[in-house]
Write a protein that binds this ligand. Structure first.
Ligand SMILES: Nc1nc2c(c(=O)[nH]1)N[C@H]1C(S)=C(S)[C@@H](COP(=O)(O)O)O[C@H]1N2
Ligand SMILES: [Mo]
Length: 223
């Protein structure tokens, strides 16, 4: 019963199809190797001043009273945080650069929120829980190793430049994991699941790299 005026599903949207094509073609790959100590801009990236919005085209509006964050899977303590529980956690501020796989980078973003290291202290992943899956309110998922998730500058951010994170950028809460391409930084976080086996997410099953290190130009999967 296809209706002509149906909105495109995210899996089928023009942007999703274009980005899948880039993965097949290896678009934007320079093959250059740069070291972070020598250069601030990773290979194949260009600097922007404005902050672009990238997502599947569905921007869920989540009111704070109904916002919850589940942290579960292979952990010692599961959490089901409401907004006040989240704000009651130890707060940190981090300034970091954004590197998006579509080649834009943006320097000096000031974030506030809860560090992933604090979260790990609270939930205590079980031995062997070496992977993390992030689930978002728009149905998006992305996967990380526990080690990358635990990066010292990674945080669950609720504020940017001293203001509540805008809905289009993933508010109320998104992950910010500066050392990997920004598709790993899930917007509209809903659930953080600790697992024993790697579980590729939305882009990782669509030709994008499992890890996504911008300094190694890990844009697309090798196979
Ligand atoms: N929930 C969710 N998170 C997401 C996405 C998405 O579609 N849904 N897109 C990812 C991609 S591809 C990028 S580049 C960044 C973009 O974040 P921004 O819109 O704040 O720049 O969010 C990432 N996190
Ligand atoms: Mo992206």
């Amino acid at each position: 019963m296809a209706m002509t005026d149906d909105p495109e599903t995210p899996e089928d949207s023009k942007l999703t199809r274009t980005k899948q094509k880039w993965a097949v073609e290896g678009k934007f790959i320079t093959g250059r190797i740069t070291r972070p100590e020598e250069e601030r801009l990773p290979p194949g990236q260009h600097l922007v001043k404005e902050w672009p919005v990238l997502d599947l085209g569905l921007q869920p509006a989540i009111a704070l009273p109904s916002w919850t964050l589940d942290i579960d899977g292979a952990v010692g303590e599961r959490m089901h945080w409401r907004w006040a529980d989240f704000l009651a956690q130890e707060q940190v501020e981090e300034i970091s650069d954004i590197h998006c796989v579509t080649t834009w980078s943006r320097y000096d973003n000031r974030w506030q929120g809860v560090s992933t290291q604090h979260l790990l202290d609270v939930v205590r992943p079980k031995p062997g829980a070496d992977f993390v899956v992030l689930h978002s309110y728009d149905g998006y998922t992305t996967n990380l190793t526990l080690e990358d998730f635990a990066s010292e500058d990674a945080l669950l951010a609720h504020s940017w430049e001293g203001k509540p994170l805008a809905a289009e950028h993933g508010g109320p809460v998104r992950l910010v994991l500066p050392k990997l391409y920004f598709w790993k930084s899930a917007k509209w976080l809903k659930r953080i699941e600790f697992v024993m086996r790697n579980k590729p997410g939305f882009w990782e099953v669509r030709g994008y790299h499992d890890r996504g290190d911008p300094w190694a130009e890990q844009r697309y999967s090798d196979d």
